[in-house]
Design a binder for this molecule. Structure first.
Ligand code: 5GP
Ligand code: MN
Length: 323
């Protein structure tokens, strides 16, 4: 059911043992939001645990507050009376964490994806918010005093989901919240350093390999590249080390739609879609079983060959560019 902020706050206050869950293939908004709401609930005296149901890229751990996040395995058998899902547009996005829910559906879902399916008992989805962390902040600022640790994980979510304050989703409110968080001690520098400056020699080599596969179409408006399972193995990289790669493709002058195909594990292809100014890539992703935002979306295809996934998605992107 569609819920108001007040209804969500009332429900959260009723919790005794709360589970706070983010999504698989976590990004800074999922990680920052989960850490932040867990800290907020603990400040209220609620026994809260934060969970990310997937591997967390190592560099996020450089932000202090993220270290309270646990894996599904660490939380099995804990017993929760309340489950809150953050930044996930449908239930499949929480992966194995679904097994930890006390009921059949999450008690509260807080999200900002236009493609959100409304899968919570209470569902608060605000697509005009630049990050789920902004929604968590709306709740937190009404309930608890802030310290640096809390302010900084919220800033992590906002900074990463706005491309460090450069997407069209950024407005005066985004800067106002960032200023509030800075007043509470949040520092943008360690966040930027962790998220934007974590490349290692092997990820650079992988990036070079990816750029060797770059193709341009539609007069340079469509750009795509891939990272195959074989390329990952050769570089000695995990799949999460392609973080930020699709942004490098979109960075090409004149590109409107950028696509990165990551084959991992074999038989599965994760598709990352980005656009710059006008193409709604969330529609492309949704049509393929995924979801996301107008300028950043994704889906996972189960296909025997990487090139089958490429052919399907590139065709959909060509059509979207013509519309
Ligand atoms: P990324 O390309 O970085 O994996 O994801 C970009 C955006 O699309 C994020 O907002 C993410 O939550 C969403 N997204 C990525 N993959 C999927 C998917 O398989 N299903 C859904 N519903 N959303 C996805
Ligand atoms: Mn988000």
């Amino acid at each position: 059911m569609k819920a108001s902020l007040d209804q969500v706050i009332t429900r959260l206050r009723e919790a005794n043992r709360a589970l706070v869950v983010g999504h698989i293939r976590p990004d800074g908004d999922a990680i920052g939001s989960v850490a932040a709401l867990t800290l907020i609930l603990r400040k209220l005296g609620i026994a809260a645990e934060g969970c990310i149901p997937d591997h967390i890229p190592w560099f996020y751990r450089e932000i202090q507050g993220t270290r309270i996040i646990r894996s599904v395995a660490e939380l099995r058998g804990k017993g929760f009376d309340t489950a809150v899902v953050l930044d996930a547009s449908d239930i499949s996005r929480i992966g194995e964490a679904a097994q930890l829910l006390p009921g059949r559906e999450p008690d509260v879902v807080l999200d900002h994806h236009v493609t959100n399916t409304g899968f919570g008992a209470l569902n608060l989805c605000l697509p005009n918010y630049a990050a789920t962390a902004m929604i968590v902040h709306e709740i937190g600022k009404r309930l608890v005093p802030y310290d640096r640790e809390l302010a900084e994980v919220i800033l992590l979510g906002i900074a990463t989901d706005t491309g460090f304050f450069k997407y069209a989703t950024v407005d005066d409110r985004t800067f106002a919240v960032a200023a509030e968080l800075a007043r509470h001690g949040a520092r943008i520098q360690p966040i930027a350093s962790a998220v934007l400056e974590h490349r290692t020699p092997k990820t650079i080599r992988l990036l070079v390999d990816m750029f060797r596969t770059l193709r341009l179409e539609a007069g340079g408006k469509l750009a795509y590249a891939y990272v195959s399972a074989e390329m990952l193995r050769r570089a000695g990289c995990g799949e999460e080390e392609t973080e930020g790669f699709v942004g490098e493709i979109r960075a090409l002058h004149g590109v409107e739609v950028a696509i990165l195909f990551t084959e991992w594990p074999e038989g599965e292809v994760h598709v990352s879609l980005r656009s710059k100014a006008y193409v709604d890539v969330s529609r492309i992703a949704r049509a393929l079983g995924g979801g996301g935002h107008p300028r950043a979306a994704g889906c996972t295809l189960h296909v025997p060959r990487l090139r089958d996934a490429i052919a399907r998605v590139v065709e959909a992107a060509r059509v979207a560019l013509l519309e």
